[in-house]
Design a protein. Structure first.
Lengths: 291, 217
């Protein structure tokens, strides 16, 4: 089902992040996605990874459309100024992409070109200065466009802000609702109790909330994320379980299935980050009963 | 008081810049770099020893009171003989001082320091960057704390997702500007300011190079 329809029909939405191929043949890439055809409502295609260069995102969105998958163009305000963002959004729209996911993105701590300038010219997830204009059919400078560029917009929300500044997630979500966000996408969820508290404490304005779920395949992957992305991002219990488990894959699948099963009662969907394990995704989805 | 904050370049870089230049005159400054201990009298003396050990000849050294002042040339005039004997001037001041000397003496200059930022002294030996002179001051709406400077990403509608228990994702020793702003506005009973969406930032408040000329009237 297309993401737009899944959201409209209140289905438990499943989306997944994949990297546009750069060295893989397009056929091989599509074959990996075919393994889970019909079970994922949209594939988000990232633009810049921590390692540096990835394949052409808009071209890959087009490739997915040709193979009847629903692509989500995932971009960031980190790498682009308003003009580049505008160009890319128009191009994506012209390529028939209907879904958009935008983040401020993390400060780059690893990968290539670490001394390069980062922009952040458009603020956290709002994009109102660009998207608002394109939706009305003109450029940021007010020049008319041949058509209106509208997207189903996914907006990132930080489910742990409450620890520091309790009202801010509400304000952020309110602003995103004003610019017509189609769904909220959270930061990775591991702890269901605190996620439930977060959902209760914020008004989601009737907008669906999709929880991001990371597939942690082994303990060192969790430790890497904690060291390079954010301390405490992957909780100790996950790392310990993976360290002690005789069968790492089984433990990894169990962790994923438990989280997703719990989330089914709490929110409207999951966004799975498989970190290069698309081929394995079906085993994880089987265990979590995502059919 | 604001200060120009500097750090000593690596010896490797200094000697690369001095390659082929054997007779060196060293200039320090009695103001900011003396306070930060990067270009005061002791550091100039230590640099002299380093150069001598590496086989360079030091024709002289001086610590001028305020290197960026236009009167620096008059102070350096007393040293002109030894300056003219040198192949290059190794200058242990911030880039304002280096450029002042360079424009006044028309001699080959080599900076020994990197200029990091204009810092506000917040405690003994502690300096923070709190303003980057962007030309579009927004602090009237952020409780007097500048998000353009203090937020690493310069977000004027913050915070981003990287705020972590009041600290910044790029460095856990640095505060999250938007947590500071939130707490300040809360103290002031002005949290309503947080809810206001700021329009797109003007990144060309004062296009570089900044220039100011007082009008005749």
């Amino acid at each position: 089902m297309k993401l737009k329809d899944a959201l409209k029909k209140n289905k438990f939405v499943v989306t997944s992040e994949v990297q546009p191929p750069i060295e893989t043949e397009p056929d091989e890439f599509i074959d990996r996605l075919k393994l889970i055809r019909g079970r994922v409502d949209g594939f988000s295609l990232t633009e810049v990874e921590i390692e540096g260069v990835v394949g052409d995102t808009i071209k890959t969105c087009d490739l997915l459309k040709q193979h009847k998958f629903d692509p989500i163009f995932q971009t960031t305000t980190r790498q682009k100024n308003r003009l580049q963002l505008q160009n890319d959004l128009i191009q994506a729209h012209d390529a028939g992409v209907e879904n958009l996911l935008v983040f401020t993105e993390d400060y780059r701590l690893t990968g290539d070109s670490l001394q390069e300038m980062m922009f952040f010219h458009v603020d956290a997830g709002k994009l109102s200065s660009v998207l608002g204009h394109l939706k009305d059919g003109h450029t940021v400078e007010g020049e008319p466009l041949p058509g209106k560029a509208e997207f189903i917009l996914g907006s990132g929300v930080e489910s742990s802000w409450g620890k520091n500044v309790p009202d801010l997630e509400m304000r952020e979500m309110e602003e995103m609702t004003k610019i017509g966000t189609g769904y909220f996408l959270t930061t990775p969820v591991f702890d269901l109790d605190s996620f439930e508290k977060f959902l209760k404490s914020v008004n989601t304005f009737g907008v669906p909330v999709i929880a991001e779920v990371l597939i942690i395949r082994n303990a060192s992957m969790g430790q890497f994320l904690n060291r390079h992305m954010r301390q405490g991002m992957v909780p100790d219990w996950v790392i310990k379980k993976l360290l002690r488990a005789p069968e790492k894959k089984k433990a990894s699948i169990e962790i994923f299935a438990d989280i997703v099963t719990g989330l089914k009662d709490l929110c409207q969907g999951v966004h799975i980050i498989s970190i290069g394990a698309e081929e394995q995704l079906r085993h994880y989805m089987d265990a979590a009963k995502l059919y | 008081m604001i200060r120009s904050i500097t750090k000593l370049k690596s010896e490797e870089e200094i000697f690369r810049l001095l390659e082929g230049l054997n007779r060196i005159f060293i200039i320090g400054c009695g103001t900011c770099v003396t306070l930060t201990r990067t270009g005061g009298a002791p550091e100039v003396a230590a640099m002299k020893d380093t150069l001598l050990e590496s086989g360079k000849l030091v024709t002289g050294r001086v610590v001028v009171p305020v290197a960026c002042d236009n009167l620096t040339s008059e102070i350096l005039a007393e040293e002109l003989g030894r300056i003219e004997q040198a192949d290059a001037l190794l200058i242990m001041t911030c880039a304002f001082g280096v450029q002042t000397v360079s424009s006044q003496l028309k001699r080959m200059v080599v900076p020994a320091l990197d200029t990091l930022f204009i810092g506000k002294e917040s405690g003994s030996g502690q300096f923070n960057e709190i303003c980057t002179q962007c030309g579009t001051c927004v602090i009237g709406e952020t409780g007097g704390i500048c998000p353009v400077t203090v937020c690493h990403k310069g977000l004027i509608n913050g915070p981003c997702g990287g705020t972590n228990q009041g600290r910044c994702e790029i460095d856990s020793n640095k505060d999250c500007a938007w947590t500071l702003i939130y707490n300040r506005l809360k103290e002031l009973g002005r949290l309503d300011s947080m809810r206001k969406l700021q329009g797109p930032r003007n990144f060309l408040g004062e296009p570089t190079p900044g220039k100011y000329e007082m009008s005749e009237s």
